[in-house]
Design a protein around this ligand. Sequence first.
Ligand code: NAD
Ligand code: ZN
Length: 358
Amino acid sequence: MFRNYKAIGRILYGRNSFDQLDDLLGELRVEKNSYVLFLLDVYFEGKEFMKRVPLHAQDILKIIEVKDEPKTKIVDAIVAEVKSLNKGLPVSVVGIGGGSVMDYAKAIRLMFTNEGSSALYQGIDLIRNKGVHCTVIPTISGTGAEVSMTTVLTGPEKKLGIKGNFTPADQLVIDPALIASVPEPHRFYTAMDCYIHNIEALNGHRKTVMGDSLGTESLRLCREIFLSEDSHTPENDEKLMIASYLGGLSLTYSEVGACHAISYGLATVTGIHHGVGNCIVFNQLEEFYPEAVKEFRAMMKNNNIDLPKGFNANRSSEEIEKMIDVSLTLIFMWAHVCGPDWQKIITREKLRGLLLKM
Ligand code: NAD
Ligand code: ZN
C-alpha cells in the first residue's frame, strides 16, 4: 500500500512577508468573537519584534519557554487553560519560533479536537479528528518541522512524535529576515539537523526518487552555505530556510537513519537539544556515512564550531544501557539504514562502543 501523504496547505514566502500575517489571519476571523492563539518563542519576549505580532484585543498570546524540548504535559496544560476561558476554538494556532514552538503549535491545535492527554496520541495515525487551523513561522532553520508530518513530544513514557495526515500545518510563512538574529553555535547545530536529514534520507533502503530529489537539492544548498566564506549572510539565511523546507519534505518520502536512531536515545536520557545531540552523534558515524562525516567536520572547521567533547565520558552503565534500549526501539530507522536483517548488524555492543566514543 502506498501512503496518500498530506502536504502543508499554503505557503507565504519572501523577505518581510511576516508583515502580511494579519491579512492571512483576517481571512479566518469571520465571526465577531473569532480569536487567534499565538505561541511565541521566549527569545522575542520584550523585543521590538513583538510589536509586529498582529495581536487583536480578543487574541491570546503565550510565551513559550524552550529550555526543554516540547512536553505532552505542557501541551495539555495550554489546551486546558484556553478551553477554561470558554471562548470556543481559536481560528488558528500560530507558532512563531523554532522546531520547539512549531511542534507545540502543531500538537496544541490537534488537542483542541481530540479527547484526553496528548501522550495518548504519540505514535502513527492515532489522531482521530482534524485539528483547528495551524500556522507555523520558523525563526531558526533546519529541523523541517515547518513542513513535516510529525510533532515530536516527550511524554511520561517516551519521546515520540504524533505522526499522521492530521499533523502538518495549514499555513507556513517563510520569511528569511526572521532567522538573522540566531546566534552561533545554535544556528549551526539546528542547520546540521537539516544536513543530517538529507544524508540519512539519501542513504538507506527506504529511499525514493522523490525523497532523493528533494534531499539532493537541500544538500546542495547546505554545502553552498556552510562551505562558503561567510555562512551567515542574508542570502545564506534565505538558502537555509529553503534547505530546511526541502530537507523536511525529503523525509516524508524516505526515513531518518543511524544518527537520529542513536540521538533519540541520547536525548531521552540526558535531555540534550536535538541539534547539538545530532552533531555529537553524527561525528562518530564514519562507519555509516564516511564521506558525509568528513564533509560535516569540514563544515564545523569552516564555521569555527567546537563540538562538546567527552559528552558520555562520565555516564553510568545504566544510562548507556537505557540509551541503547531507546535506540533499538526505532526499528523503522534501523531497517532503513541496514535492511530487514538490521538486528544482525546493530547489536548492543556496537551501539555501546559508539556511545562511549561520544
Ligand atoms: P528550538 O526551537 O529548540 O530553539 C533553539 C533556541 O533558539 C531557543 O533558545 C530559542 O529561543 C532560540 N531562537 C529561536 N529563534 C530565534 C531567533 N530568531 N533569534 C535568536 N534565538 C532564537 O530549536 P530547533 O532546533 O529549531 O528545534 C528543536 C526541536 O525541534 C526539538 O524539540 C526537536 O525534537 C524538534 N524537531 C521536530 C521535527 C519535526 O519534524 N517536527 C524535526 C526535527 C526536530
Ligand atoms: Zn532531526
